[in-house]
Design a protein around this ligand. Structure first.
Ligand SMILES: NC(=O)c1ccc[n+]([C@@H]2O[C@H](COP(=O)([O-])OP(=O)(O)OC[C@H]3O[C@@H](n4cnc5c(N)ncnc54)[C@H](OP(=O)(O)O)[C@@H]3O)[C@@H](O)[C@H]2O)c1
Length: 323
């Protein structure tokens, strides 16, 4: 059970900022501005009047949002060119947010591109002149559970984890995969939802279909526990390991909670948990947050810089009946 003394914040940004002076305008680089997490961070930074530079291979050249008050520019850089990346990090930023993820196109390359990409990012940061906050977004699999082991090390991961998800989150994952053109994955998730429901429901039809549902779940388990499938999560865990122990520069590593949803709403409410093996953020493995609220937590950290050298997560309301 989480020690609540380590919960640093539980606030609505609105109530927080009525009590505080307006933060100064910052110049912030976001590595991976077009990604599902990076986009929300850019929107949040711009809405708070900060100046943002998007860094990636093909970053959006301009940014349109109704709440924009800050400015947006872009610089093309590939993380695998760590000399260029070090130069890009050395342009006088007050903070850098790393929302890099390896492309999902080929699962067989994900782990290598993820681990090597994060290693290059670390090399570049240490070689750069950047001295301010460096916020890395990683994966939920790095969070610790009650047995002190990380979520990704739990038996039958990721199948066992998926099996505990509420139906709404499984449906969210199905639709999200479909929206992103991952047709096989979307159909796979639809089948998983059907099979899970069928083995658990009573009634004649479920009884007749149960053997087929069990067969499907057996295949799903094989797929969801394979090294390739979980490589996006294991590479994020190694990214955390790469940063732990580094003291030359500030860094902070955010693992999203178990259920991260985009297409959400921004409530401005979130709760931060620092996660360690000794004091694991178990609640966060079971809860979730909208990407927009996670971006609020990230930009609060950019402005206040209270979580240096920590592994942390944040949860928020996700039971609003929409994603
Ligand atoms: N539930 C969870 O725990 C959860 C869920 C989602 C995401 N995440 C984590 O959040 C982080 C961001 O993920 P995401 O889903 O937002 O990623 P995403 O949507 O796949 O976007 C990845 C970003 O990285 C950039 N990028 C990829 N290769 C690059 C390269 N070689 N050089 C420079 N930039 C490169 C891409 O831009 P270009 O293509 O222009 O280069 C893109 O902006 C990751 O660590 C991911 O694991 C965790």
């Amino acid at each position: 059970m989480k020690n609540f003394s380590s919960i640093l914040l539980s606030l609505s940004r609105k109530s927080c900022f009525t009590a505080m002076a307006t933060p100064k305008k910052l110049k912030v680089a976001v590595l991976g501005p077009s990604g599902q997490c990076g986009q929300c961070v850019v929107n949040e930074l711009l809405s708070r009047n900060h100046d943002v530079v998007g860094l990636s291979r093909n970053p959006p050249k301009t940014w349109t949002s109704t709440t924009n008050t800050g400015s947006y520019t872009a610089e093309s850089v590939d993380v695998f060119d760590d000399s260029s990346l070090a130069r890009a990090f050395s342009k006088g930023y007050d903070a850098i947010v790393c929302s890099y993820a390896p492309p999902l196109g080929d699962f067989s390359k994900l782990y290598q591109l993820g681990v090597e990409g994060h290693a290059k990012i670390k090399t570049a940061l240490l070689a750069s002149d950047h001295k301010g906050p460096f916020v890395v977004i990683g994966g939920a699999g790095s969070l610790h559970c009650a047995d002190r082991r990380q979520l990704v090390d739990q038996p039958d991961f990721a199948f066992g984890w998926w099996y505990t998800w509420p139906s709404q989150h499984v449906e969210y994952m199905r639709v999200r995969a479909s929206d992103h053109g991952a047709t096989f994955f979307s159909r796979f998730i639809g089948g998983f939802a059907w099979a899970r429901q069928t083995v658990e429901k009573t009634g004649l039809l479920s009884t007749v279909l149960r053997p087929f549902a069990r067969l499907y779940l057996r295949w799903a388990k094989k797929f969801l526990t394979s090294n390739e499938t979980i490589s996006l999560i294991t590479q994020s865990r190694i990214a955390l390991r790469l940063w732990q122990g580094v003291t030359e520069k500030p860094w902070t590593f955010l693992s999203p909670p178990g259920q991260l949803r985009d297409k959400g709403v921004r409530t401005g409410q979130y709760r931060v948990y620092v996660d360690t093996a000794e004091d694991p953020a178990v609640e966060a493995t079971e809860r979730g947050i909208y990407n927009e609220d996670m971006a609020v937590a990230i930009v609060d950290e950019v402005e206040k810089n209270q979580l240096n050298w920590k592994h942390w997560t944040c949860t928020g309301p996700i039971d609003l009946g929409r994603w």
